[in-house]
Design a protein around this ligand. Structure first.
Ligand SMILES: [Fe+2]
Ligand SMILES: [Fe+2]
Length: 243
């Protein structure tokens, strides 16, 4: 059901395409001394994602479970994962922890990361950036792995369809198509464009990622700085003034 692809050394993408909504749901498993799963997937996906993670590591050894913001595809199955993995701790923003996660989906208290804080999992170093309303939600944040220069970017760069696992080609045009399509249907106003959006995206571009790993669609390998600046322009064109 799911496809596993190594997008950077010891960083694995687990991708499940759900045809009813024409979207891939991607989780990322990072093999390290302290294994990390980024996005849990929805509760309904748990058996599929668990099966995929079990091919990579013993899932009971999971140490960290990260996600961008409180939403079913980001952290809906957190409790299921924590019941399976006794030492797994959720990592998220302070707002996420306080406003939703600890009360609604966590089996044990989450660890709130401060803006700029680095979590070392062994050979990998995950820097947390607080990014309110980017991609969306008050509690949003991003993790950037400094050694492989991988940005786990949640709903940014969302592409619909059953697309390839990894690409070196432009993914911004597909992201822009999705934005236009969503603006015309029930998922309108999926991503907001606020007075802070451009500045926050500029900060992500300054990280100069080599790999950009969205939750929906292909992973992009290439000039991440330019890709994020192009994405910022696409968001401005489609969304600024629309809500
Ligand atoms: Fe989201
Ligand atoms: Fe999502």
């Amino acid at each position: 059901m799911s496809q596993i692809t190594e997008i950077a050394p010891d960083v694995f993408k687990i991708s499940t395409f759900i045809s009813e909504v024409n979207i891939q749901f991607n989780q990322f498993l990072v093999k390290d001394e302290e294994p990390l799963l980024y996005h849990t997937g929805m509760k309904g996906l748990f058996p599929i994602v668990n099966e995929a993670v079990s091919k990579l590591i013993d899932p009971t050894t999971l140490r960290w479970i990260g996600f961008s913001h409180f939403e079913a595809d980001e952290c809906g199955a957190l409790r299921e994962w924590q019941r399976l993995a006794p030492n797994a701790t959720a990592i998220c923003s302070f707002v996420s922890k306080m406003v939703s996660v600890d009360d609604v989906v966590a089996d044990r208290p989450a660890r709130a990361l401060e803006d700029g804080e680095v979590l070392v999992t062994g050979k990998f170093r995950f820097k947390f950036l607080q990014t309110p309303h980017v991609p969306h939600a008050w509690d949003a944040g991003h993790l950037f792995e400094e050694n492989s220069r991988t940005l786990l970017c949640s709903d940014l760069f969302h592409q619909n369809g059953e697309v390839e696992a990894v690409t070196k080609s432009d993914i911004v045009s597909r992201f822009k198509e999705m934005l236009i399509e969503y603006q015309e249907g029930p998922f309108a106003n999926y991503l907001p464009y606020t007075t802070k959006t451009e500045k926050i995206l500029g900060r992500l571009a300054d990280l100069q990622p080599k790999t950009i790993a969205p939750m929906h669609g292909s992973t992009y390998v290439g000039d991440g700085e330019s890709a994020i600046l192009d994405l910022a322009q696409a968001m401005k064109e489609v969304l600024a003034g629309s809500v």
